[in-house]
Design a protein. Structure first.
Length: 206
């Protein structure tokens, strides 16, 4: 496979690749992510193959807003309150709707959702009109790429294109918060600290 190295100004080409079932590495405010149509199981399987990732592990998805998230999951009052951190490095696990494939959730009922705070990623969401996979751009078990050059080095020959937006601002993955139970639970500590999340009125986190 010939992997294209694109500039942010060529984001339209990346959108076309995704609409055709392909995979693109794109910058976010945390690390680079592998973006594909999150409603296309074949495209999702390409991501697992590229990463060498076991298919029993779920992947998160990018959406453009909390209202957009309503199309793919059941948005709770707590999720709406926490959406003040969006766009930003907070992934919320919510109960999925039937349109979300099992390949995304590894057969589970929860799906990780976030709005990335990066112009290229947001433009890709706008141009495709799709939810996009948001799994980090790394080989399974290894550190994620934090620059376009790193993403290209890792995935050249494995995916269709890399959108080179330079070095990511953060370099720390998103915080993952599970809202599917009776109480909120941090699944992965990340860029947003627990004490910041608990500033939301009524928010109690295990």
């Amino acid at each position: 496979m010939n992997t294209l190295l694109l500039t942010p100004e060529q984001i339209g080409r990346a959108a076309g690749i995704i609409l055709s079932g392909g995979v693109a590495a794109v910058p976010t405010e945390t690390v680079y992510g592998l973006a594909a149509n999150a409603l296309d199981e074949r495209a999702i399987h390409k991501i697992f193959a590229a990463k060498g990732r076991p298919e029993n592990k779920p992947v998160s998805i990018f959406v453009s807003s909390i209202d957009d998230a309503e199309r793919f999951c059941h948005v709770t009052d707590a999720a709406r309150a926490l959406s003040r951190f969006w766009p930003g490095p907070l992934t919320l696990i919510l109960r999925r709707r039937e349109c979300v494939p099992d390949a995304v959730t590894a057969g589970g009922e929860g799906v990780g959702i976030r709005v990335p705070d990066d112009p290229a990623a947001l433009e890709l969401l706008r141009l495709t009109g799709l939810p996009l996979t948001g799994t980090s751009a790394n080989l399974s078990g290894e550190a994620p790429a934090v620059s376009g050059a790193q993403a290209f080095e890792i995935f050249s020959g494995r995916i269709d294109c890399v959108v080179d937006g330079g070095v990511c601002r953060g370099g720390v993955p998103s915080t993952v918060l599970d809202l599917t139970g009776e109480r909120a639970r941090i699944v992965r500590s990340g860029a947003i600290l627990k004490k910041e999340l608990e500033k939301i009125p009524g928010m109690v986190i295990e």
